[in-house]
Ligand binder design. Sequence first.
Ligand SMILES: [Zn+2]
Length: 139
Amino acid sequence: MAVAVFKEMSYRLPSSEEVVVAIYKVLREHGTVDTQRRLREEVLRELRAWDDGYTVSEERVRMLAARANFARVDVHSREGGKKARACPVCGGDLRRVKNRSLWGDEVTVGYTCETCSYRGGMRQRVPTRYVFHLDERRR
Ligand SMILES: [Zn+2]
């Protein structure tokens, strides 16, 4: 009797801790990784050395890198039309940066992320590229 064997491609999601360890290894090796796509490729290569069914998205790698205390993310962006709401790097909450005008009024001049080191102006920035650096002074 013939038995059909269906080989399933089963993808598994690594834990956040595993992804962070992989990001650290990649940044230790390269110092700087100049696109999000490239960081994800390198991180995936590390993860697959541990489990070849692992997969991870670019966004997840970026958000975990932005929140890691050994990495710095530089955002190249253009100004969008909307008012800033959430951090364009890690999705975290934004805090208003206020200043006093000449007349003593408090005015919002921009935003800073409460989770990562992102700072931005009044308008939502539309990220066009992310650059990742090893930055161990943040530890
Ligand atoms: Zn952020």
